[in-house]
Design a protein around this ligand. Sequence first.
Ligand code: C2E
Ligand code: CA
Ligand code: CA
Length: 264
Amino acid sequence: MDDDRDARREMEEALRAAVERGEIDVVYQPIVAARGRAICCVEALARWTRDGNQPVPPDVFIPLAEATGIIDALGPLILKRACEAARQWPDIGVSINVSPAQFRNPNFPEQALTIIAAAGIDPSRITLEITEGYFIQNPGRAKLVMDQLKAGGVRIALDDFGAGFSSIGYLIRFGFDRMKIDRSLTSAGQLTVKGGAMLQATVALAASFDIPVTAEGVETGEQAAFLHLCGCDQLQGYFFGRPMSESAICDLIAPPEDRQSIAG
Ligand code: C2E
Ligand code: CA
Ligand code: CA
């Protein structure tokens, strides 16, 4: 147990130092329009390579950052990077994950809106993704923060729908602009008839309240076709593209040969 605690403390210090030095990368996963399959958005995802050679998954370092307060520096760093990158893709939306710990910070809306404005990005291009946890724990405060952000022009998506206790009630009551269906629900739709029916009903219910739905974790063409049929207007997953570097997204949007022909 002592070894575990020491290892955790060492990782915490390494992460703190990496954030201070700005040694956190951001990669971008394409999100496509279900109709036509053109890239319409990207989701920014944080990456940390400890000591330059040990990649640490975000499922490990994000919870550590949340538990230790490091998220107060890490969150804004990721938001700033993503907004600066977004300047290269004026026609593309950018989704950024926000942890409940950031939402809990009363200064968060002002801080986030300042970063977006400083990057010169139209706030309507930015979607902040948040999971339901904080909304269940502290609905009053969560709604207040959400309203401040929405008044500033950014959109808010409910992330990981179907992974926890998510209810359509929350979606409507809080005025989320978009719902993102968790990978577990996406794959359940393919596995059993019941799974398919559940998926269809979920998307139909959101659509009946005019809430658009993105399906995450789309890994096959069959899943993509089914989710489009269910009514999802945006699709995201390895089938369309893995998270990639900023320059790879630039190439995807305007392949180098196009850029040359524009330049020439
Ligand atoms: P998430 O927000 O649900 O992000 C989607 C995750 O699913 C990403 O994992 C992505 O690489 C993965 N994924 C996308 N398509 C597929 C697919 O077709 N199949 C499979 N198997 N996986 C797919 P990643 O990058 O490891 O991130 C894991 C989680 O860590 C994220 O889940 C998010 O909760 C958190 N996270 C990542 N970056 C940030 C960040 O900048 N801030 C905060 N607060 N959380 C972050
Ligand atoms: Ca997300
Ligand atoms: Ca998600």
